[in-house]
Design a protein around this ligand. Structure first.
Ligand code: PLP
Length: 447
Protein backbone atom coordinates (compact mmCIF):
# COMPACT_ATOMS: atom_id res chain seq x y z
CA UNK A 1 0.00 0.00 0.00
CA UNK A 2 2.67 2.54 1.07
CA UNK A 3 4.85 1.39 -1.82
CA UNK A 4 2.15 2.35 -4.26
CA UNK A 5 1.82 5.73 -2.56
CA UNK A 6 5.59 6.30 -2.79
CA UNK A 7 5.58 5.47 -6.50
CA UNK A 8 2.70 7.96 -7.01
CA UNK A 9 4.69 10.70 -5.21
CA UNK A 10 7.74 10.07 -7.39
CA UNK A 11 5.62 10.00 -10.59
CA UNK A 12 4.01 13.25 -9.53
CA UNK A 13 7.48 14.84 -9.37
CA UNK A 14 7.86 15.00 -5.56
CA UNK A 15 11.03 14.72 -3.51
CA UNK A 16 14.18 14.68 -5.62
CA UNK A 17 12.69 16.05 -8.83
CA UNK A 18 14.35 19.44 -9.47
CA UNK A 19 11.36 20.61 -11.55
CA UNK A 20 9.03 20.58 -8.53
CA UNK A 21 9.25 23.16 -5.74
CA UNK A 22 10.33 20.58 -3.16
CA UNK A 23 12.67 19.02 -5.73
CA UNK A 24 14.55 22.33 -6.00
CA UNK A 25 14.87 22.48 -2.21
CA UNK A 26 16.17 18.91 -2.12
CA UNK A 27 18.66 19.67 -4.88
CA UNK A 28 19.88 22.73 -2.95
CA UNK A 29 20.14 20.64 0.21
CA UNK A 30 22.15 17.97 -1.65
CA UNK A 31 24.63 20.59 -2.92
CA UNK A 32 25.07 21.97 0.58
CA UNK A 33 25.51 18.56 2.15
CA UNK A 34 27.95 17.42 -0.53
CA UNK A 35 30.06 20.51 0.00
CA UNK A 36 30.04 19.93 3.78
CA UNK A 37 31.03 16.29 3.27
CA UNK A 38 33.84 17.40 0.95
CA UNK A 39 35.08 19.75 3.71
CA UNK A 40 35.20 16.83 6.16
CA UNK A 41 37.15 14.72 3.67
CA UNK A 42 39.46 17.66 2.93
CA UNK A 43 40.13 18.17 6.65
CA UNK A 44 41.18 14.51 6.91
CA UNK A 45 38.59 13.83 9.62
CA UNK A 46 36.34 11.48 7.63
CA UNK A 47 35.25 8.49 9.70
CA UNK A 48 34.71 5.37 7.65
CA UNK A 49 33.00 2.30 9.01
CA UNK A 50 34.58 -1.09 8.61
CA UNK A 51 31.97 -3.79 8.09
CA UNK A 52 32.28 -6.79 10.40
CA UNK A 53 30.79 -10.09 9.29
CA UNK A 54 31.24 -11.96 12.59
CA UNK A 55 30.37 -11.48 16.26
CA UNK A 56 32.26 -8.89 18.30
CA UNK A 57 35.42 -10.43 19.72
CA UNK A 58 39.22 -10.38 19.69
CA UNK A 59 39.26 -12.10 16.29
CA UNK A 60 37.02 -10.66 13.63
CA UNK A 61 35.91 -11.57 10.18
CA UNK A 62 35.57 -8.43 8.14
CA UNK A 63 32.99 -8.38 5.36
CA UNK A 64 34.77 -9.85 2.34
CA UNK A 65 37.87 -10.55 4.45
CA UNK A 66 39.58 -12.95 6.91
CA UNK A 67 37.93 -15.13 9.54
CA UNK A 68 37.75 -14.77 13.31
CA UNK A 69 36.13 -15.81 16.58
CA UNK A 70 37.26 -16.27 20.14
CA UNK A 71 40.79 -17.57 20.70
CA UNK A 72 42.70 -19.41 23.41
CA UNK A 73 41.78 -16.88 26.08
CA UNK A 74 38.10 -17.30 25.32
CA UNK A 75 38.46 -21.02 25.85
CA UNK A 76 40.39 -20.55 29.10
CA UNK A 77 37.61 -18.33 30.47
CA UNK A 78 34.97 -20.88 29.46
CA UNK A 79 33.62 -18.79 26.59
CA UNK A 80 33.06 -21.76 24.34
CA UNK A 81 33.02 -25.50 24.59
CA UNK A 82 35.74 -28.00 23.70
CA UNK A 83 33.97 -28.91 20.48
CA UNK A 84 34.29 -25.28 19.32
CA UNK A 85 38.02 -25.38 20.03
CA UNK A 86 39.10 -27.20 16.90
CA UNK A 87 37.05 -24.87 14.74
CA UNK A 88 38.58 -21.86 16.45
CA UNK A 89 42.13 -22.93 15.61
CA UNK A 90 41.91 -21.96 11.99
CA UNK A 91 39.86 -18.90 12.86
CA UNK A 92 42.82 -17.60 14.85
CA UNK A 93 44.33 -16.51 11.56
CA UNK A 94 41.73 -13.70 11.29
CA UNK A 95 41.94 -9.97 12.03
CA UNK A 96 43.03 -9.31 15.61
CA UNK A 97 40.75 -6.68 17.08
CA UNK A 98 42.18 -4.11 19.51
CA UNK A 99 39.63 -1.33 19.23
CA UNK A 100 36.35 -2.42 20.86
CA UNK A 101 35.10 -1.43 24.31
CA UNK A 102 34.49 -5.16 24.89
CA UNK A 103 36.78 -5.00 27.93
CA UNK A 104 35.57 -8.21 29.54
CA UNK A 105 34.77 -10.02 26.32
CA UNK A 106 31.16 -10.50 27.38
CA UNK A 107 29.70 -9.28 24.07
CA UNK A 108 29.77 -12.83 22.72
CA UNK A 109 29.83 -14.80 25.97
CA UNK A 110 27.60 -17.87 25.51
CA UNK A 111 25.74 -17.34 28.79
CA UNK A 112 25.07 -13.71 27.91
CA UNK A 113 23.73 -14.72 24.51
CA UNK A 114 21.59 -17.47 26.05
CA UNK A 115 20.12 -15.03 28.56
CA UNK A 116 19.21 -12.68 25.70
CA UNK A 117 17.49 -15.48 23.77
CA UNK A 118 15.54 -16.56 26.86
CA UNK A 119 14.43 -12.99 27.58
CA UNK A 120 13.44 -12.55 23.95
CA UNK A 121 11.33 -15.70 24.02
CA UNK A 122 9.72 -14.99 27.38
CA UNK A 123 9.19 -11.23 27.14
CA UNK A 124 9.04 -10.59 23.38
CA UNK A 125 10.93 -8.38 20.97
CA UNK A 126 10.03 -5.10 22.59
CA UNK A 127 7.47 -3.08 24.47
CA UNK A 128 6.16 -0.65 21.87
CA UNK A 129 5.85 1.77 24.77
CA UNK A 130 7.70 4.09 27.07
CA UNK A 131 8.19 2.87 30.61
CA UNK A 132 5.37 4.79 32.29
CA UNK A 133 2.62 3.84 29.85
CA UNK A 134 2.96 0.09 29.42
CA UNK A 135 6.66 -0.49 29.02
CA UNK A 136 7.85 -1.75 32.40
CA UNK A 137 8.36 -5.50 32.74
CA UNK A 138 9.62 -7.44 35.73
CA UNK A 139 13.05 -7.80 34.05
CA UNK A 140 13.44 -3.99 33.90
CA UNK A 141 12.74 -3.71 37.62
CA UNK A 142 15.06 -6.67 38.37
CA UNK A 143 17.90 -5.14 36.36
CA UNK A 144 17.48 -1.75 38.06
CA UNK A 145 17.61 -3.44 41.44
CA UNK A 146 20.71 -5.43 40.38
CA UNK A 147 22.52 -2.32 39.13
CA UNK A 148 21.83 -0.50 42.41
CA UNK A 149 23.10 -3.52 44.37
CA UNK A 150 26.22 -3.80 42.16
CA UNK A 151 27.12 -0.15 42.81
CA UNK A 152 25.90 -0.24 46.43
CA UNK A 153 23.46 2.59 45.78
CA UNK A 154 19.80 3.06 46.76
CA UNK A 155 18.17 2.79 43.35
CA UNK A 156 18.77 2.86 39.59
CA UNK A 157 16.93 3.89 36.43
CA UNK A 158 17.47 2.47 32.93
CA UNK A 159 17.84 4.49 29.73
CA UNK A 160 18.20 3.49 26.08
CA UNK A 161 21.87 4.55 26.31
CA UNK A 162 24.30 6.31 28.61
CA UNK A 163 24.17 9.18 26.13
CA UNK A 164 20.50 9.48 27.11
CA UNK A 165 21.27 9.12 30.82
CA UNK A 166 23.74 12.02 30.51
CA UNK A 167 21.33 14.02 28.35
CA UNK A 168 18.57 13.55 30.91
CA UNK A 169 20.10 14.12 34.30
CA UNK A 170 21.37 17.69 34.47
CA UNK A 171 18.20 19.34 33.18
CA UNK A 172 16.04 17.32 35.58
CA UNK A 173 18.24 18.00 38.59
CA UNK A 174 19.64 21.52 38.24
CA UNK A 175 17.93 24.90 38.04
CA UNK A 176 19.24 28.47 37.44
CA UNK A 177 19.91 28.61 41.19
CA UNK A 178 22.49 25.82 40.89
CA UNK A 179 25.96 25.37 39.39
CA UNK A 180 27.65 22.53 37.53
CA UNK A 181 31.44 22.22 37.33
CA UNK A 182 32.61 20.00 34.50
CA UNK A 183 36.06 18.68 33.51
CA UNK A 184 36.98 20.21 30.13
CA UNK A 185 37.63 16.75 28.62
CA UNK A 186 34.34 15.17 29.69
CA UNK A 187 32.51 13.01 27.18
CA UNK A 188 30.38 14.73 24.52
CA UNK A 189 27.18 13.41 26.11
CA UNK A 190 27.97 15.14 29.43
CA UNK A 191 28.73 18.34 27.55
CA UNK A 192 25.41 18.08 25.68
CA UNK A 193 23.50 17.20 28.87
CA UNK A 194 24.94 20.25 30.60
CA UNK A 195 24.08 22.44 27.60
CA UNK A 196 20.44 21.43 28.02
CA UNK A 197 20.21 22.50 31.66
CA UNK A 198 19.69 26.01 33.02
CA UNK A 199 22.27 25.84 35.80
CA UNK A 200 25.33 28.12 35.89
CA UNK A 201 28.10 26.37 33.95
CA UNK A 202 31.78 26.20 34.89
CA UNK A 203 34.46 24.22 33.06
CA UNK A 204 37.63 23.33 34.95
CA UNK A 205 40.96 22.37 33.37
CA UNK A 206 41.41 18.63 32.85
CA UNK A 207 41.97 16.98 36.24
CA UNK A 208 43.36 20.28 37.59
CA UNK A 209 42.44 20.41 41.27
CA UNK A 210 43.63 24.00 41.74
CA UNK A 211 41.33 25.16 38.99
CA UNK A 212 38.45 23.07 40.38
CA UNK A 213 38.99 24.59 43.83
CA UNK A 214 38.99 28.12 42.42
CA UNK A 215 35.73 27.39 40.60
CA UNK A 216 34.20 25.82 43.71
CA UNK A 217 35.02 29.05 45.58
CA UNK A 218 33.34 31.08 42.80
CA UNK A 219 30.20 28.96 43.02
CA UNK A 220 29.56 29.31 46.74
CA UNK A 221 26.80 31.82 45.93
CA UNK A 222 24.74 29.09 44.25
CA UNK A 223 22.24 26.81 45.99
CA UNK A 224 23.77 23.52 44.90
CA UNK A 225 27.12 22.63 43.28
CA UNK A 226 27.59 19.49 41.18
CA UNK A 227 31.08 18.41 40.08
CA UNK A 228 30.80 16.26 36.93
CA UNK A 229 33.63 14.11 35.63
CA UNK A 230 34.34 10.99 33.60
CA UNK A 231 35.69 8.33 35.98
CA UNK A 232 38.11 7.16 33.28
CA UNK A 233 38.76 9.29 30.18
CA UNK A 234 38.44 7.36 26.94
CA UNK A 235 41.04 9.15 24.84
CA UNK A 236 43.93 9.05 27.35
CA UNK A 237 43.06 6.08 29.57
CA UNK A 238 43.64 8.38 32.56
CA UNK A 239 41.60 8.15 35.73
CA UNK A 240 39.98 11.14 37.45
CA UNK A 241 41.59 12.02 40.82
CA UNK A 242 38.36 11.14 42.61
CA UNK A 243 39.84 11.15 46.09
CA UNK A 244 40.92 14.78 45.68
CA UNK A 245 37.68 15.70 43.91
CA UNK A 246 35.65 14.23 46.78
CA UNK A 247 37.79 16.04 49.38
CA UNK A 248 37.19 19.35 47.60
CA UNK A 249 33.50 18.55 47.24
CA UNK A 250 33.30 17.95 50.96
CA UNK A 251 35.19 21.17 51.74
CA UNK A 252 32.93 23.29 49.50
CA UNK A 253 29.70 21.39 50.09
CA UNK A 254 29.31 20.05 46.57
CA UNK A 255 27.95 16.82 45.07
CA UNK A 256 29.99 14.53 42.81
CA UNK A 257 28.72 12.92 39.59
CA UNK A 258 30.82 10.40 37.64
CA UNK A 259 30.40 8.82 34.22
CA UNK A 260 31.69 5.27 34.55
CA UNK A 261 31.35 4.00 30.98
CA UNK A 262 35.05 3.07 30.86
CA UNK A 263 35.23 1.72 34.40
CA UNK A 264 32.08 -0.23 35.31
CA UNK A 265 32.74 -3.96 35.53
CA UNK A 266 36.52 -3.88 35.74
CA UNK A 267 38.08 -1.02 37.75
CA UNK A 268 38.49 -1.59 41.49
CA UNK A 269 39.00 -4.86 43.40
CA UNK A 270 35.44 -6.04 42.56
CA UNK A 271 34.99 -4.19 39.28
CA UNK A 272 32.59 -1.66 40.77
CA UNK A 273 34.40 1.23 39.13
CA UNK A 274 36.60 4.24 39.74
CA UNK A 275 34.93 5.03 43.07
CA UNK A 276 35.80 1.56 44.37
CA UNK A 277 39.34 1.75 42.93
CA UNK A 278 39.97 5.02 44.76
CA UNK A 279 38.08 4.15 47.95
CA UNK A 280 35.33 6.77 47.64
CA UNK A 281 32.19 4.70 47.02
CA UNK A 282 30.45 6.48 49.89
CA UNK A 283 31.43 9.95 48.64
CA UNK A 284 30.27 9.89 45.02
CA UNK A 285 26.56 10.72 44.91
CA UNK A 286 25.57 9.94 41.32
CA UNK A 287 26.88 7.40 38.80
CA UNK A 288 25.91 7.20 35.14
CA UNK A 289 27.17 4.28 33.11
CA UNK A 290 26.56 2.12 30.07
CA UNK A 291 25.45 -1.43 29.39
CA UNK A 292 27.02 -1.09 25.95
CA UNK A 293 30.68 -1.66 26.81
CA UNK A 294 31.95 -4.09 29.48
CA UNK A 295 28.47 -5.24 30.58
CA UNK A 296 27.67 -7.32 27.53
CA UNK A 297 27.96 -4.59 24.94
CA UNK A 298 24.37 -4.67 23.68
CA UNK A 299 23.07 -1.18 24.51
CA UNK A 300 21.53 0.81 27.31
CA UNK A 301 22.60 3.09 30.10
CA UNK A 302 21.59 4.02 33.62
CA UNK A 303 21.79 6.39 36.54
CA UNK A 304 22.26 5.04 40.03
CA UNK A 305 22.19 7.04 43.26
CA UNK A 306 19.84 8.29 46.01
CA UNK A 307 16.25 7.04 45.72
CA UNK A 308 14.59 10.50 45.58
CA UNK A 309 16.88 11.42 42.67
CA UNK A 310 15.91 8.27 40.76
CA UNK A 311 12.23 8.92 41.57
CA UNK A 312 12.60 12.47 40.22
CA UNK A 313 14.28 11.24 37.03
CA UNK A 314 11.33 8.90 36.41
CA UNK A 315 9.05 11.97 36.59
CA UNK A 316 11.18 14.57 34.80
CA UNK A 317 13.97 13.12 32.69
CA UNK A 318 13.01 13.61 29.06
CA UNK A 319 15.01 10.81 27.37
CA UNK A 320 13.43 8.41 29.90
CA UNK A 321 9.90 9.75 29.62
CA UNK A 322 9.77 10.07 25.85
CA UNK A 323 11.69 7.06 24.56
CA UNK A 324 10.92 3.36 24.25
CA UNK A 325 11.76 0.85 27.00
CA UNK A 326 14.91 -1.21 26.65
CA UNK A 327 14.22 -4.38 24.61
CA UNK A 328 14.02 -7.54 26.75
CA UNK A 329 16.95 -9.23 24.96
CA UNK A 330 19.17 -6.24 25.80
CA UNK A 331 18.01 -6.35 29.43
CA UNK A 332 18.73 -10.10 29.51
CA UNK A 333 22.34 -9.57 28.29
CA UNK A 334 23.16 -6.92 30.87
CA UNK A 335 21.50 -8.80 33.69
CA UNK A 336 23.54 -11.94 32.95
CA UNK A 337 26.75 -9.89 32.59
CA UNK A 338 26.18 -8.45 36.07
CA UNK A 339 25.51 -11.93 37.49
CA UNK A 340 28.82 -13.16 36.06
CA UNK A 341 30.70 -10.20 37.53
CA UNK A 342 29.06 -10.48 40.94
CA UNK A 343 29.94 -14.22 41.07
CA UNK A 344 33.65 -13.71 40.44
CA UNK A 345 36.18 -11.11 39.40
CA UNK A 346 38.30 -13.64 37.45
CA UNK A 347 37.43 -12.09 34.09
CA UNK A 348 38.36 -8.56 35.25
CA UNK A 349 41.61 -9.87 36.73
CA UNK A 350 42.45 -11.63 33.48
CA UNK A 351 41.93 -8.37 31.60
CA UNK A 352 44.10 -6.46 34.09
CA UNK A 353 46.95 -8.98 33.62
CA UNK A 354 46.77 -8.65 29.84
CA UNK A 355 46.69 -4.86 30.09
CA UNK A 356 49.82 -5.01 32.23
CA UNK A 357 51.50 -7.33 29.69
CA UNK A 358 50.74 -4.99 26.79
CA UNK A 359 51.75 -1.81 28.60
CA UNK A 360 55.05 -3.20 29.91
CA UNK A 361 56.06 -4.86 26.61
CA UNK A 362 55.24 -1.75 24.58
CA UNK A 363 57.14 0.48 27.01
CA UNK A 364 60.13 -1.87 26.86
CA UNK A 365 59.97 -1.68 23.06
CA UNK A 366 60.36 2.12 23.33
CA UNK A 367 56.78 3.37 22.95
CA UNK A 368 55.08 5.88 25.23
CA UNK A 369 51.72 4.62 26.50
CA UNK A 370 49.46 7.23 28.05
CA UNK A 371 47.34 6.61 31.17
CA UNK A 372 47.99 4.06 33.89
CA UNK A 373 46.75 0.49 34.44
CA UNK A 374 43.72 1.04 32.19
CA UNK A 375 42.82 -1.23 29.25
CA UNK A 376 42.65 1.89 27.10
CA UNK A 377 46.30 2.08 26.03
CA UNK A 378 46.98 5.11 23.81
CA UNK A 379 50.25 4.67 21.90
CA UNK A 380 51.42 8.27 21.74
CA UNK A 381 52.92 9.25 18.36
CA UNK A 382 52.41 13.01 18.15
CA UNK A 383 52.14 13.31 14.38
CA UNK A 384 48.68 12.82 12.79
CA UNK A 385 50.03 11.35 9.53
CA UNK A 386 52.27 8.94 11.39
CA UNK A 387 49.30 7.70 13.48
CA UNK A 388 47.21 7.22 10.37
CA UNK A 389 49.85 5.38 8.25
CA UNK A 390 50.91 3.21 11.18
CA UNK A 391 47.29 2.18 11.89
CA UNK A 392 46.89 1.34 8.20
CA UNK A 393 50.10 -0.72 8.23
CA UNK A 394 49.01 -2.52 11.40
CA UNK A 395 45.87 -3.62 9.55
CA UNK A 396 48.07 -4.89 6.70
CA UNK A 397 49.59 -7.12 9.37
CA UNK A 398 46.15 -8.27 10.56
CA UNK A 399 45.90 -5.99 13.63
CA UNK A 400 42.90 -3.71 13.81
CA UNK A 401 43.67 -0.47 15.68
CA UNK A 402 42.55 3.11 15.09
CA UNK A 403 44.59 6.30 14.86
CA UNK A 404 43.19 9.45 16.49
CA UNK A 405 44.28 12.96 15.67
CA UNK A 406 43.05 16.56 15.90
CA UNK A 407 40.21 17.56 16.46
CA UNK A 408 39.36 14.33 18.38
CA UNK A 409 42.53 14.82 20.46
CA UNK A 410 44.64 18.00 20.89
CA UNK A 411 47.01 19.08 18.08
CA UNK A 412 50.40 17.33 18.32
CA UNK A 413 48.95 14.52 20.44
CA UNK A 414 48.01 12.05 17.72
CA UNK A 415 47.98 8.46 18.85
CA UNK A 416 46.83 4.95 18.10
CA UNK A 417 44.38 3.81 20.75
CA UNK A 418 44.67 0.15 21.70
CA UNK A 419 41.98 -1.45 23.88
CA UNK A 420 42.68 -4.68 25.71
CA UNK A 421 40.04 -7.32 26.38
CA UNK A 422 39.90 -10.29 28.75
CA UNK A 423 39.49 -12.53 25.72
CA UNK A 424 42.79 -11.54 24.13
CA UNK A 425 45.29 -14.31 24.66
CA UNK A 426 48.89 -13.63 25.70
CA UNK A 427 49.83 -14.62 22.13
CA UNK A 428 47.41 -12.01 20.74
CA UNK A 429 49.03 -9.35 22.92
CA UNK A 430 52.53 -10.40 21.87
CA UNK A 431 51.55 -10.44 18.21
CA UNK A 432 50.23 -6.90 18.56
CA UNK A 433 53.42 -5.68 20.26
CA UNK A 434 55.59 -7.34 17.58
CA UNK A 435 53.55 -5.71 14.80
CA UNK A 436 53.81 -2.30 16.53
CA UNK A 437 57.57 -2.71 16.85
CA UNK A 438 57.98 -3.60 13.16
CA UNK A 439 55.66 -0.86 11.97
CA UNK A 440 57.16 1.68 14.40
CA UNK A 441 60.69 1.00 13.10
CA UNK A 442 59.53 1.14 9.49
CA UNK A 443 57.94 4.56 9.94
CA UNK A 444 60.58 6.06 12.25
CA UNK A 445 58.51 6.05 15.47
CA UNK A 446 61.17 3.79 17.00
CA UNK A 447 64.94 4.00 16.40
N1 PLP B 1 30.04 8.43 28.31
C1 PLP B 1 31.25 8.01 27.90
C2 PLP B 1 32.46 8.41 28.69
C3 PLP B 1 31.38 7.22 26.74
O1 PLP B 1 32.58 6.82 26.32
C4 PLP B 1 30.20 6.88 26.02
C5 PLP B 1 30.27 6.07 24.79
O2 PLP B 1 31.07 6.24 23.93
C6 PLP B 1 28.98 7.35 26.50
C7 PLP B 1 28.92 8.11 27.63
C8 PLP B 1 27.71 6.99 25.80
O3 PLP B 1 27.39 5.65 26.09
P1 PLP B 1 26.29 4.86 25.26
O4 PLP B 1 27.03 4.18 24.15
O5 PLP B 1 25.66 3.91 26.22
O6 PLP B 1 25.33 5.89 24.76
Amino acid sequence: MWRGAAVRVLRAGGAGNPRSASGAAVAQLRRRLESELEDIRGAGTWKSERVIASRQGPHLRLAGGGAGAYGEAGRALGFFSRCDAAASLFLLAGILNFCANNYLGLSSHPEVIRAAVEALEKFGAGLSSVRFICGTQSIHKDLEEKIARFHQREDAILYASCFDANAGIFEALLTPEDAVLSDELNHASIIDGIRLCKANKYRYKHMDMQDLEAKLQDTQKHRLRLVATDGAFSMDGDIAPLREICQLAQKYDALVFIDECHATGFLGPNGRGTDELLGVMDKVTIINSTLGKALGGAAGGYTTGPKPLIDLLRQRSRPYLFSNSLPPAVVGCASKALDLLMESNAIAQSMAAKTQRFRSKMTAAGFTISGKDHPICPVMLGDARLASVMAEDMLNRGIYVIGFSYPVVPKGKARIRVQISAVHSDEDIDRCVEAFTEVGRKHGALP
